[in-house]
Design a protein around this ligand. Sequence first.
Ligand code: ADP
Length: 302
Amino acid sequence: MIVYEIENLCKTYQGQTQPANKNISLQIYQGEIFGILGDNGAGKSTLVRQMANLLKSDFGNITFFQQNITEARDLVQMNVGYMPQESGALNNLTVSEALYFTAHLRGMSRQDARKECEALLDTWQIGYLRHQPSSRLSGGQRRLLRLAVAIAGSPPVLILDEPTNDLDPQRRKLVWDILRRLNTEKGTTIILITHDAIEAEKAIQRVGIMVSGELVAVGRPSELKAKIDRILRLELFFSPENPPTLPSDLNYHFLEPGHWQVLLQWQQVTSTLNHLNLEQIDDFRLYSATLEDLYLHYATKP
Ligand code: ADP
């Protein structure tokens, strides 16, 4: 069963010359965990906000369970738990009020919503915060509350924009465990944007890679990773005023001033290191490629 059918989606924000989304077509199937990877500014949040019916597209079409989402506002609202990336406070509600009201608004009776609230406080290990106003939570606590709110009332579809941002490793693990459990036990369809590629690789069944507003690859992580099987990631650290020169067949990916990443074939390693003036470089590191490197692979493709 197809949950989302997205066809030729395009979106350019007012005042921008470059489109945030270009001709995106994609299907999301019921019961899958679908990951969206891509650099900052690649158009990931724009895409999921369109799927959550929070942003209109300029062209193209999205159907949700075969209904055009622009005509199915209530259907989307009742069935999609969306967690935006920015994690502002939830009005002036306390933690337990936010959970209770969301569950009730998603159709649960008062009694069931109270039970749901207790279950969520327990699952997300935030019971000790139940009476805290959401405005007084730390970034990590607020992220957990936002996730619990997205899941309140067990919507069959979740859209999560960077669910493990702001979290320490222990809480990240909690999030991935809960998401996997929701997917296997309740069949929840989960669409998520993440930079947590190593953990994502264990949980997601399909991945979409976005580069400059385009969806450049979609597939199972193992299928896509086969393309970078013999690829290594070289990180270079140098003084920003004095960047190194790379062999002409290589492209770098800028991470921050004085820090680049370069994807290499195994057989290019020696010649690349020989080519670089190592005195110009403060440090370098070589890694085997992970799912995270997939979007680098596409982003730096000549
Ligand atoms: P990502 O989630 O991959 O980081 P976004 O979807 O947030 O990417 O952004 C895609 C592009 O659209 C970026 O160039 C960004 O600057 C631009 N953009 C995002 N939101 C707005 C907005 N509200 N108004 C104007 N431009 C925006």
